[in-house]
Design a binder for this molecule. Structure first.
Ligand SMILES: [Cu+2]
Length: 113
């Protein structure tokens, strides 16, 4: 579990710094709807949104706090539902059937636990 966080942190860092707008024609944009049943408040929404928006190829991420679902538009050549799920889990939230990273969860603000 611990190396998942490190990997995630490394990915966020390296990809986050070089994120650029997706040029037209680069690839197909896919849409995923991912269940995030453990979201509780606006802070959770912000954490998940930021986490996803930092990923390469992610164009939009919108969390519905009431339905506990996040809609993501992403370049199919750069991300998959699995990579999105593991990014969310790495931020401390359950994503579909992927369990959250417990260490990341414990780092969340108190209102989010
Ligand atoms: Cu929260």
């Amino acid at each position: 579990m611990k190396h998942l966080i490190i990997l995630f942190a490394a990915l966020t860092f390296t990809i986050g710094c070089q994120k650029s707008e997706l040029p037209k024609g680069e690839g197909q944009i896919a849409t995923a709807s991912i269940e995030v049943k453990t979201v509780k408040c606006d802070m959770c929404v912000e954490t998940i949104t930021k986490t996803l928006m930092h990923l390469d190829g992610v164009q939009n991420a919108s969390v519905d706090l009431e339905k506990k679902v996040v809609a993501v538009q992403f370049a199919a050549s750069k991300q998959t539902v699995v990579t999105l799920e593991s990014a969310i889990a790495g931020a401390g939230y359950d994503a579909n059937s992927v369990q959250r990273d417990e260490a990341a969860y414990k780092q969340l603000p108190e209102c989010c636990q």
